[in-house]
Design a protein around this ligand. Structure first.
Ligand code: FMN
Length: 185
């Protein structure tokens, strides 16, 4: 099959999350695609443009939350990514809840919420990458099956190119498919 060379730009896929921060005592929410894991430790990173409103709150409190919107929240998620808390009050868009462990708002309407304590940050290309140790994880009761988060019930969004996509379907099991394949060969 022929390959077509494309411009050197990241196209995804990326997870679609909404980071929650508190800036000057007010909740603010920012849509983030640059979010991920670093190692097997309980640490996540988010990367935010330094000129955004949200980094101020992370520096102020040392905490941020990572909230996983489900696919039916595409509109409000996109809105959090096109208006700045510096211009428009985004604090009332969601019902916020807090954990005693850290001052960052989590979003009740999102089926999964992760509270992170900033342990490091680096500045790169006009962005600041915040590394946060996970200090609390919440999930809606109806998204838990047999004590574990059920991804299809959370139904998170993935961004790629210029669109959001939902999770779709299971196509294999981690650490099992490869073993099955090796056994079959
Ligand atoms: C789908 C999507 C993904 C985004 N991902 C990021 C990101 O990873 N990092 C970032 O700094 N901005 C990202 N943005 C842009 C910010 O969400 C946007 O500029 C927001 O208005 C900043 O809000 P704030 O000023 O209240 O912090 C994204 C926007 C959208 C719509």
């Amino acid at each position: 099959m022929e390959k077509i060379k494309l411009p050197n730009r990241p196209v995804g896929p990326f997870p679609t999350v909404i980071a929650g921060v508190e800036v000057n005592g007010k909740a603010n929410y920012v849509t983030v695609g640059a979010c991920g894991v670093v190692s097997l430790d309980a640490v996540l990173y988010i990367s935010l443009k330094s000129t955004h409103h949200s980094p101020k709150g992370i520096k102020e409190n040392g905490y941020f939350s990572v909230n996983m919107p489900s696919a039916d929240m595409a509109k409000i998620t996109d809105y959090c990514g096109v208006v700045s808390g510096g211009d428009i009050d985004k604090s009332k868009l969601f019902t916020a809840f807090y954990d005693d462990l850290g001052k960052a708002p989590m979003i009740k309407e999102c089926p999964m919420n992760i509270l992170c304590n900033v342990i490091n940050s680096i500045q790169l290309f006009g962005f600041e990458m915040f590394f946060g140790e996970i200090v609390a994880v919440y999930a809606n009761e109806q998204c838990i099956s047999e004590g574990k988060i059920d991804p299809l019930k959370v139904n998170p969004m993935i961004m790629m190119g210029t669109s959001y996509y939902d999770l779709g379907q299971v196509v294999g099991d981690l650490f099992k498919e490869g073993i099955c394949k090796l056994a079959a060969d």
